[in-house]
Design a protein. Structure first.
Ligand SMILES: [Fe+2]
Ligand SMILES: [Fe+2]
Length: 551
């Protein structure tokens, strides 16, 4: 394709994506159309990357429309594909010595990966963007954006001093450049960027206050109040800066221990944001997340979980990858505080009805996020795992609880919970990847497979260490060809969940495979791999359970 045809192709694709709702809100046909287009873009960039003698002038001509298309991809909610493409395009531009567009693409690769919580990747891309831009000029106006984006990464990775110096550099440069230059470089008005940076600095004071002992906290909070007043006085009339400031005021009240006032202010802010605020996409999930913290502080965990779910819903609805990750971690913090102290020492026998409700909430959040496995997958795996466990306990070979494998005991309660929570690590996998139907590249496969290890670490954090092994084994296979560890000596309970998970995935219609397999064909497939991938006694028990009718 020559550069004219490339540009025509990019512009036509961008035009056809103009009126799309976010991926989350698309019907099946629109989603399929989007994915087909996204695949065309991916293939075109791959073809570009394998062209032996790329012409710099050609690349430089297609870089701006390509960047616009990838930004649109990101705002539609396909952040993972946007990240991989920005990374690839950034490298191509960098190799051709096109420093300025390379800095743009690499900055976006950094930003997407930061929001997806791939922090190491983000650091690498920001550093490369920095090197490229420094070659163009050390006070280049694009540094306003780049320093801001890097500051947020440092903030998230708890390098607070570095974050502060990046935010301040961004503000200094903003003062240096006239409005028109800033708009040309970042496509945002100077007032918007200035307000954002001041709110970033305020965020930083609040995170420091949260992690400080009482005396230092009072100092940080005083400084935060002063900065809040300053933002309101000199926000250059930017409505988004003012709305961020209100959310930050809620956080200040929370840290000051004035929880009822914080709650009232945040609830009021939700109402305001719902009336069509331009900051809704960024703030609604965050404000619900803060409300969850406020209710948890007051001991109303039920209301706290409701706000966690709403925060997740809002982050998905607005394709806000950053908040999608933040709310999952905030939920785990609240749940860990609620469950862990009671489980310590007492184990799973201490689980009461409230704890079960907590876990159900976690599963509900997973179902909100995962179209692929869809509603009910976790509960179906849980039910079937328990029934198979009961079947195995009832058979003579295992009545004494002994099986031929090394970890040879069956705890039906553990099995039921393990089935319920086996995919819980998917809460830490970006929505855009969980629900992608286009073929996945090796990087995406690795990220998706990390749900197993993430699930184990989440359960340990919540105080369910005995469940973590079972969950970590649900994609392992008897011959060692599974993941993540390629382990061969599976526990019996891990082997049961592995079989039920595979079976349920085959017989349930879902987004990726619209037509479900019949029970018989699924059983045939499992039996064909019995003894190689799946535990033969578990496969046999499954057939007996299915033959005896619905459980
Ligand atoms: Fe899984
Ligand atoms: Fe599963």
């Amino acid at each position: 394709m020559d550069s004219r045809r490339w540009r025509t192709f990019l512009r036509a694709t961008l035009r056809s994506w103009k009126d799309y709702p976010q991926l989350r809100a698309m019907d099946r046909a629109t989603f399929d159309r989007y994915e087909a287009d996204a695949k065309l873009v991916q293939d075109a960039v791959a073809a570009l990357a394998s062209t032996p003698m790329l012409d710099a002038a050609f690349l430089s001509a297609i870089a701006p429309p390509l960047e616009r298309l990838l930004q649109r991809m990101y705002t539609l909610g396909d952040d993972i594909t946007a990240f991989l493409l920005f990374k690839q395009v950034g490298s191509l531009l960098e190799d051709q010595g096109l420093d300025e567009p390379a800095a743009h693409a690499l900055q976006w690769a950094g930003r997407c990966s930061r929001d997806l919580r791939f922090y190491d990747e983000a650091q690498i891309h920001f550093d490369r963007a920095m090197v490229c831009l420094q070659r163009v000029g050390k006070d280049h106006p694009y540094f306003v954006d780049l320093y801001g984006a890097m500051g947020i990464l440092c903030h998230l990775t708890r390098r607070w001093d570095e974050a502060e110096s990046h935010y301040r550099r961004s503000l200094d440069l903003l003062k240096l450049w006239p409005h028109e230059v800033v708009v040309r470089s970042s496509r945002f008005p100077k007032s918007r960027l200035g307000g954002a940076r001041l709110n970033n600095l305020l965020d930083l004071l609040l995170v420091r206050a949260r992690h400080s002992p009482a005396e230092a906290r009072t100092r940080e909070l005083l400084a935060a109040r002063k900065l809040l007043t300053r933002i309101r006085e000199i926000s250059w009339g930017d409505p988004i800066a003012l709305e961020f400031a209100t959310a930050n005021e809620g956080e200040i009240l929370l840290l000051e221990g004035r929880t009822p006032e914080a709650r009232a202010l945040l609830l009021q802010h939700v109402k305001h944001l719902l009336m069509g605020s331009p900051a809704a996409a960024r703030l609604l999930p965050a404000v619900h997340r803060m409300l969850a913290g406020a209710y948890a502080e007051e001991g109303d965990v039920r209301e706290a979980y409701a706000h966690c779910r709403e925060a997740l819903q809002q982050s998905l609805h607005h394709a806000n990858a950053y908040e999608e990750g933040m709310v999952v971690e905030a939920t785990l913090d609240i749940m860990s505080d609620a469950i862990r102290p009671r489980l310590a020492g007492a184990g799973l026998s201490a689980l009461d009805a409230d704890d079960r409700e907590t876990l159900q909430n976690l599963v509900l959040m997973l179902e909100q996020k995962d179209w692929y496995t869809g509603n009910n997958h976790s509960r179906a795996v849980s039910r079937l795992s328990r029934t198979i466990g009961e079947q195995l306990v009832a058979t003579p070979q295992s009545r004494a609880g002994r099986m031929e494998d090394s970890a040879s005991f069956l705890d039906l309660q553990l099995l039921e919970l393990g089935g319920l929570l086996h995919d819980i690590g998917k809460l830490r996998i970006p929505w855009s990847l969980l629900n992608k139907c286009n073929p996945l590249c090796p990087v995406e496969h690795r990220i998706l497979e990390s749900h197993v290890a993430e699930g184990g670490s989440m359960l340990r954090y919540l105080g369910f260490a005995p469940l973590s092994r079972l969950v970590e084994e649900h994609h392992e296979k008897l011959d060692g060809s599974g993941y993540p560890a390629g382990r061969q000596n599976l526990s019996l309970m891990g082997a049961i969940v592995a079989v039920t998970d595979a079976y349920e995935a085959m017989v349930t219609p879902n987004r990726r495979y619209a037509t479900a397999r019949t029970h018989e064909s699924a059983l045939d497939e499992l039996e064909a791999r019995s003894g190689v991938h799946y535990h033969p006694r578990v496969v046999l028990a499954l057939r007996q359970v299915i033959a005896s009718g619905p459980s």
